[in-house]
Every structure is written in C-alpha cells, then in structure tokens.
Write a protein that binds this ligand. Structure first.
Ligand SMILES: [Zn+2]
Length: 184
C-alpha cells in the first residue's frame, strides 16, 4: 500500500464525504491520531460509522444515536473489523476527527494530523486484521510524509485527555510499532 500523487491510498475504496476543508497553508501531516468508533457502541458491522462520516446516518435508527444529530465529523481513514480500509478524506485536506485537542502544547490537531478510525470500542480488543491494515496504512504514511515519525502516533485520548478515551487500554501500541514496515 502506498500514498499516491492525489494523496490517497492506492489500494482501497475512496468513500467521498463533504466533512472536510482545507488545511491551513502552513500545515502538513505531522501527527497520526488513532481512534475507535462503533455504532451502536460495541456493535460491529452495522455500517453506521461510515454513514455518520458521510452525513447519511438516520439518527432514528437507534435510541443512542439521538445526540449524533447534526454532527459533522470524519476521519481520513476508516478500518472495519475485518481490516477493510476505506479512505474518506485525502491526506492533504483537513478531516474533522480530533475536536478540541492539543499535542505538545499545539492546539487544533486537525490542522496538522491524519485521523484513523478503527471500528471498535474502548472495552474490547481489536481484531488481528485491523492491526495488519493499520500497520500498512501507517507505514505508507511514514514513507510519504517527511514530517511524520514513529514518535508522532497517538491515541485520541492523548490529545484530548479527560474528554476522549479512545482507542482505549485494549489497543496494543507495541504490536503496532513492531508491525511497521517502512524505509525512513
Ligand atoms: Zn476519537
């Protein structure tokens, strides 16, 4: 897997959404933010996260969806439980995944980060296939963007402490690092 000239992964479906805007002129990808989401919480394979990110979620589908009404959010990349990778925003554009956030004292992480959502929840382990796909995506990003590095991969909880918990204690960071494959 590689990032092509249009700043998209060359080996996955591109699912368009209008939940994005331009990065500030100074900005380039410097940070990778790992998230998890499931809708309803803890239920997989519903397709609801993708619909949410596309602005197509019917909030009457489930009683817990009521507070998602009007929410406009998006990751750059969504990885399903079976490891299927879908890209929703080109990497040169600003996706809306981090919210109020700061990394190393720098606010507004959406400006300079790439957001990756894993289908999952903070109370459950992630699937083997998700680690494989995530490692392939992160390796491709590290190979493409010089300002990224292995030390600039964080959980949403790290840039929005007290507000966000994802991807949670079950996410195996060491396993991800060991699977990365790129030439620096
Ligand atoms: Zn998150």
């Amino acid at each position: 897997m590689q990032v092509d000239r249009e700043e998209r992964l060359d080996d996955c479906e591109f699912v368009p959404t209008d939940h994005w805007d331009e990065r500030p002129q100074w900005a380039q990808p410097e940070l990778i933010v790992v998230h998890c989401i499931s809708l309803p919480e803890g239920v997989y394979g519903t397709g609801a996260p993708r619909r949410l990110f596309c602005g197509e979620l019917d909030v009457t589908e489930h009683e817990t969806f009521a507070d998602l009404e009007g929410l406009r959010v998006s990751p750059h990349v969504l990885i399903d439980r079976d490891g299927t990778v879908q890209q929703m925003v080109s990497f040169d554009k600003r996706a809306w995944h981090a919210g109020v956030s700061a990394w190393c004292g720098r606010p507004g992480c959406n400006d300079y980060s790439i957001g990756i959502e894993l289908e999952g929840d903070v109370a459950s382990p992630f699937a083997d296939a998700q680690y494989q796909s995530l490692a392939a995506v992160v390796s491709a990003l590290l190979g493409k963007y010089q300002a990224l590095s292995r030390t600039a991969i964080v959980g949403h909880n790290e840039i929005a402490p007290g507000r966000k918990e994802d991807p949670g204690l079950h996410f195996e960071w060491r396993r991800l690092y060991e699977m990365l494959d790129f030439a620096p």
